[in-house]
Structures are given as C-alpha cells and as structure tokens.
Design a protein around this ligand. Structure first.
Ligand code: SER
Length: 583
C-alpha cells in the first residue's frame, strides 16, 4: 500500500474523518495564487468555525509553491506536491498529536526510533518553553540528545503574515547510511525534516497583535514526495516511485536516458505535472499574462523549451502522452483529472501551438542578440522584444542568458513592461469610453446586454473570462474577453440562450455607490481597477451580475428584447471577440 493510503487509513482508524482535497486555486482567498499548505483551506475552521465533518480531520491536499519555480531542475525542487495532514479542531492537543505521529512513523512506516529526532519550541518572552512536547517525546523513547529546542524562526508556524499560528514540533529523519550520531544537530543536512506538528493556539492580526484562539488546534503537515524519497532511500527526489512512470515516458519519447539529461527531464516532468493539475482545477485557469495564468504559461513554455533541448519533436503529441501518464497515475485520487481531461489536453496543446509559432525564431533572435553583446548584459529593450514579439516569459530569457553567463536587466524590463501595460490600458479605456459616449436608448440597452453577456460567458466558458474591451453603437455591440480557443457552436448557442433567459427573467438592475475596496471584496467584476476612483458605482443585475461601472443602464432586463450573437472571432492572443445585436 502506498504512503498516502497508509496515512489516511491510520488517521481514520483513530477517529479522523477524511476530507476531500480542495482545489489548488483557493476558493475564497484572493491573497494567494495557489494553496501552499494543507491547512490553507481550513483556516476558517482553525479560527473557530465548526467544521461539518467534526473535530478530527485528515486529508491529502494538492499544493503548489512557485517561489522556487526556477530552481526546478535539481534533485529536490518541485512546484507541485501533496501534503498529508491531520487536524484537531479543539479536540486533542500536543500529547496525542505527538503520540499519533510517533506511532505512525515507527509502527506503520516502520522507521527505527534511532533515526528520528525532533525540534521543539524553546519559548520566548510571551510564550513558554514547550516542556509538554519535549516530555512527551521522551516518554515515547526519543533520547533527550535527539531533542533540540529552537526559537521562533524555526519552531513557530504561520502561513504568511497573519492568521492562526503557534509553536510547533518538527520531526526529522536521518537520511544517510552513516552511523546515526548520538546527538542531533538540526544543521546537519543528513537530518531531513519530514513532518511538522503545529499547535495553533494564537491568532496574529494585521497590526501584529497576537491573541488566543477560541480553541487550541493541531495542524500537521507531511510532504508526500519528501517522505517517499526518504523512505525509498534515494537522494534524488525524482528517482522515487512517484516519478518513475512519468520519467520513463519522457525518456521513451526523447529516446534518451535519465542519466546525463536529468535537468531537462526533471523540468519537463515537474512542469507538465503541475500544468495538468492547474488546468484540471475547477477554477478553469488558462495560460495568460497575469496571476495563475502566467504561472501556467511559464510552466508550459519552459517545459517546451526543455523538450526542444532533448530534441523531442515539438509538433508531435509528446505533451499529451506525458499529461496522460500524469492523469493515469493520479486519477484514482483526483477525479477532476479525468473529468477535465479534454480541457487539460487542449490547454497544453493550444499553448504549445502558440509558443511554437515563435519559439524557433525567438531562439534564433536570442542567439543573434547574445553573439553581439559587448558587456554580457542583455538590456531591457532586447528582453522586452523577446517577450513581446516572441512570447518569451522574462524568466525564460533569464534562464537562457544564464546558460551563457549573461545578465539580464530584469528591473528595466519590468519598468518597460509596466509602461507598456499602462499605454495599452489607456488605449482600450479610451475606446471603451468612446463606445459609451452617446447615450441613446439603444445604446443604454446594449450597455446592459454587455454585462449579461459577460456573466453568461463566465457560466458557459468558466471564471477565467474577463472583459478586455467593449464598443457600442446604436446598431450593435462588440465585446472582447479573455479566452483561449474558438467557441464551439454549442457554446455560442448556450451563451445566447443564457442571455435571453436573463432577459426573460425580468431582472431588476440596481445601482449602489461604495468604497472601491469593498466593491472588489464583494466580488464585483471590473476591468481596470486602478482607473476607478475610491468611491465607485456598482451595478447589480438580479443575482447574475455585479460590476463596477459608470452606467447608465436600463432598470429591468425585460426592456432589452431578443439577444443574438452574430460573430465570434479572435481579437488578439488569448482574447476573443463577440459581435451581437438586440432585435
Ligand atoms: N501548516 C504546517 C506546514 O505547512 C503544518 O501543516 O508545514
């Protein structure tokens, strides 16, 4: 049985309810792009809200950490991982938590006691030294020389700057064939942290004030890939059973051995696996130039670049074969991979086709540029050209340049990028305003129809749809929105029907003024947040649409007549355009 199943079975046998993994894109937390820890979806419950499954929970949670994305390629980094976790929400505390961890490690995973060492919080002026945990470890048979007391930097855990937090005890495993030293030195790299038990008793607010939580909780987390590497006795994480099939698939496709090609193979394996999980997520993320979409784009494009390095025929279905291997491996645990299989394959393929168009030329251009460089610095204009004309994410340019010991003016690039965005934004805002300059009755109707179309597209295509522009005359409306591929006839029909349904529902259109931040928090849709004043007008249409908007609008959707889509076409990369009329 694999570690994941052993873990869940163990905690279920100890009265824990298994909860399903949450999506990788957090559902109600715009402050982070991805879930980075198993506890993230549980924050409201750690804060005191009762959990529907009770007070003892366990799960495996898909997590993504991208701060080290560019380090992927070595033996240990990966962007996606699964975190095994068990929680007590005001139920058991330190002693039982430590007892369960010890029992699982020594009796289920059969790790010898002498290979285990722990760190415990040494305390500070506010919180006492954690004698309870240390004593518990000792009573279970951990020698006192294998217990290290450490300060806040090491043994106090909080996700980010604010939230539930507390001291922790971390469990280490001696990963080496050397004789186990009698005294534990947490700085000795042969000791690898495998499990973290956080005793969440406090809450830290924005001002830095720390208060007690209504209940004392336990939050533990164990990284599956790391534990697998440790137990399987490999020092290259990518040599565990987790990666075996994916890597042998890549080797087959490229007709190469893992040895000698490790870096590119690890990058392809990791990046395709993460891309599969992101694009199968219910949030329907598509490659784009912002937020999660940009991470997805970077992952896919970097994988493509390394596939090319291995001489894989980019035009073949290599990415599909690898993605199918990933799906096959995880489908029994994450059903969304099967449910959204077609979407996943389409996202990968579309992005591949898009990048392929410019990759070859871009690489030639890169070669030309770098051959002529005098001072080994690639300036901002050249970096921007590679981005703008050839679709090279700046990180890719940096990676290519580093291989030749060339620096890139990344700061300069970022400034130029920002300036460019402002220009194009100003351009489309002007156009948007222009579209609304005359306010005939027909014009007002089209304006309301724009909001309904925006809402309907989100329903039909997914929440990645955002307005990118709009233009209205008395005769027709034009609406640009983020979406990657051509809409099918069926999707067009569904969208049209949905807008007409909203019209028939005779929904009231209401207007309120509010503070901009509150408006965003309330989930109101808006195109260019910076362009709005502090107090904004929010138009709500029944419960189907809520947008920041200057108006004007009709007062009830029943005034609009019949909505018809005349044309759906590409507007620019990643942006589609719909022309529609009201009859
Ligand atoms: N929240 C802790 C961690 O991420 C334990 O789950 O390590």
């Amino acid at each position: 049985m694999n570690i994941r199943d052993l873990y869940i079975n163990y905690f279920v046998s100890k009265g824990h309810k298994q909860i399903p993994s949450s999506p990788v894109v957090p559902e109600n937390d715009p402050s982070v792009l991805f879930n980075t820890a198993g506890m993230q979806p549980l924050i409201p419950y750690l804060m005191g809200q009762p959990h529907p499954y009770g007070t003892r929970l366990c799960d495996y949670q898909k997590c993504i950490r991208t701060n080290d994305l560019d380090s992927v390629g070595d033996k240990t980094h990966h962007t996606f991982f699964e975190m095994l976790g068990n929680w007590s929400l005001g139920d058991y505390f330190k002693k039982e938590s430590i007892m369960y961890s010890f029992d699982f490690l020594t009796n289920v995973l059969k790790i010898p006691v002498e290979k285990i060492a722990v760190t415990v919080f040494e305390g500070d002026k506010d919180i006492p030294r954690d004698i309870v945990s240390a004593d518990m470890w000792k009573s279970l048979g951990i020698d006192k020389n294998k217990i290290a007391f450490l300060g806040k930097e090491d043994n106090f855990w909080i996700a980010g700057d604010t939230g539930p937090c507390g001291g922790d005890t971390e469990i280490f495993y001696f990963r080496s064939n050397d004789e186990v030293p009698s005294k534990f030195d947490p700085n000795d790299e042969r000791w690898v942290e495998i499990w973290n038990n956080v005793f969440m008793e406090f809450y830290k607010d924005e001002k830095g004030n720390v208060t007690e939580l209504p209940k004392k909780n336990v939050d533990t987390g164990m990284g599956l890939e790391r534990v697998a590497a440790v137990l399987e006795g490999v020092d290259d994480n990518y040599k565990t059973s987790i990666w075996k099939n994916i890597i042998s698939k890549i080797c087959d496709i490229a007709k190469v051995n893992y040895e000698g090609n490790e870096e590119s193979i690890r990058i392809i394996a990791d990046h395709i696996r993460t891309s599969v999980f992101i694009s199968a997520d219910p949030s329907s993320i598509k490659p784009s130039n912002t937020d999660q979409g940009y991470i997805l784009r970077r992952l896919i494009r970097r994988a493509i670049r390394h596939a090319k390095k291995l001489n894989i025929d980019i035009n073949s279905n290599w990415e599909e074969q690898i993605a199918l291997e990933v799906i096959n491996q995880y489908k029994d645990y994450y059903s969304e991979l099967i449910e959204n299989k077609d979407v996943v394959l389409e996202v990968l393929k579309n992005e591949k086709i898009k990048f392929n168009r410019t990759l070859e030329k871009g690489l030639k251009e890169f070669e030309k540029i770098t051959k002529d460089l005098k001072d080994k610095v690639l300036n901002k204009d050249l970096a921007f050209k590679l981005y703008d004309t050839y679709g090279f994410p700046i990180e890719l340019t940096v990676e290519l340049a580093n291989e030749l010991n060339i620096d890139v003016d990344v700061e300069g690039f970022k400034e130029k990028f920002k300036h460019h965005q402002e220009l194009s934004r100003a351009g489309s805002t002007a156009k948007f305003k222009g579209g609304l300059s005359s306010t005939s009755d027909m014009n007002i109707k089209y304006h309301t129809a724009t909001h309904l179309l925006n809402a309907a597209l989100k329903q039909v295509l997914g929440s990645h749809v955002h307005q990118k522009g709009s233009n209205i005359t008395d005769e027709r409306m034009r609406f640009d929105f983020s979406h990657d591929s051509k809409m099918t006839d069926d999707q067009i029909k569904q969208t049209e029907d949905l807008v007409n349904k909203y019209i028939e529902m005779a929904l009231p259109v209401t207007k309120v003024e509010m503070n901009k931040q509150d408006a965003i928090k309330s989930g109101a849709e808006c195109m260019f947040i910076e362009k709005y004043p502090d107090i904004v007008t929010v138009y709500t249409i029944g419960d189907v649409s809520k947008e920041l908007c200057g108006g004007p609008h009709v007062s009830n959707t029943s005034e609009l007549g019949h909505f018809k889509i005349k044309k759906e076409e590409s507007s620019s990369a990643g942006v589609r355009r719909i022309k529609a009329i009201l009859e």
